[in-house]
Design a protein around this ligand. Structure first.
Ligand SMILES: [Zn+2]
Length: 61
């Protein structure tokens, strides 16, 4: 299991709002902690896809 290296997450911020991201282990997503944002970014092959167009809206599904 090649999870994200602890510490790397601290360097990543949401490209939409610059808030910190938190790792959702079950969903394999990086979720923005910004209250007014909350976008969830996919992680593919251990690489976070920090692209707003690829992100899932929090209240979408
Ligand atoms: Zn955000």
């Amino acid at each position: 299991m090649s999870d994200l290296i602890p510490g790397v997450l601290d360097l990543l911020v949401c490209p939409a709002c610059r808030s910190q991201l938190t790792w959702d282990y079950e969903a394999s997503e990086l979720v923005c902690t910004g209250r007014s944002c909350g976008l969830a970014y996919p992680v593919r092959g251990g690489i976070p896809i920090l692209v707003i167009d690829e992100a899932r809206a929090p209240h979408g599904s």
